[in-house]
Design a protein around this ligand. Structure first.
Ligand code: FAD
Length: 144
C-alpha cells in the first residue's frame, strides 16, 4: 500500500460558524473512517490548513472532492509525498480551532512556525505547515 500525506491550505468563502464546521467534520469522520483516511483540520481567521493521510488513490480522490467544495476557495497544496508512517493515526479528522481566545497558546505555535501570530497558512512553506500541524496535534495525542 502506498501511503501518502497531502497538506493544503485554503480560504473559507464566508466566516465559518461552529455549526458549519461541525457539519464538515461529521462528513469527514464518516467518510474518512470508511476509507482509511486520517488527518487534522485547522481553522482560524477564515483560513483552513488540513493534512490528509491514506492510500494514494483514496487521498487524491478526496482532495479532488474537497477542492470542488464551494465552502472554500484558493486551495493550494503545500506538501504532498510518500510517508512510511502516519502522524495523525489517532484521528479520522482531528479539528483544531485557532479563533477561540481560550486557545491563545496555539498562536505561539503559529508564531514559532510562521514568524507571525496571524494564521495565514497559504503563505507557509510545506515544511512550516507540517511542523505546525505536528506540534498542534501533540496537545491531543493520547500516549499509546
Ligand atoms: P456533497 O455532499 O454531494 O456536496 C456537494 C457540494 O455541495 C459540496 O462540494 C459543497 O460545495 C456543497 N455542500 C455540501 N454540504 C454542504 C453544506 N452543509 N453547506 C454548504 N454547502 C454544502 N470530506 C471528507 O470526506 N473528508 C474530509 O476530510 C473533508 N475535509 C473537508 C475540509 C474542508 C475545509 C471542506 C470545506 C470540506 C471537507 N470535506 C471533507 C467535505 C468534502 O468537500 C465533500 O463535501 C464531502 O466529502 C462529500 O462529498 P460529496 O461529493 O458527496 O459532496
Amino acid at each position: 500500500m502506498k501511503l501518502i500525506r497531502l497538506i493544503y491550505a485554503s480560504a473559507a468563502c464566508t466566516e465559518m460558524s461552529y455549526a458549519e464546521l461541525t457539519t464538515i467534520l461529521r462528513t469527514a469522520e464518516a467518510h474518512n473512517g470508511q476509507n482509511g483516511i486520517t488527518g487534522i483540520l485547522c481553522y482560524g481567521g477564515g483560513m483552513f490548513l488540513q493534512a490528509l493521510e491514506g492510500e494514494r488513490d483514496v487521498v487524491n480522490a478526496l482532495y479532488n472532492r474537497i477542492v470542488a467544495d464551494r465552502r472554500h476557495e484558493r486551495c493550494e497544496i503545500l506538501r504532498y509525498g510518500r510517508i512510511a508512517t502516519r502522524r495523525f493515526e489517532q484521528w479520522k479528522m482531528k479539528y483544531v480551532g485557532l479563533d477561540d481566545p481560550a486557545t491563545a497558546h496555539r498562536r505561539d505555535l503559529v508564531l514559532r512556525h510562521s514568524g507571525t501570530s496571524h494564521f495565514s497558512p497559504i503563505r507557509m512553506s510545506g515544511a512550516q505547515a507540517s511542523a505546525l500541524l505536528f506540534d498542534l496535534s501533540h496537545e491531543f495525542r493520547i500516549a499509546a
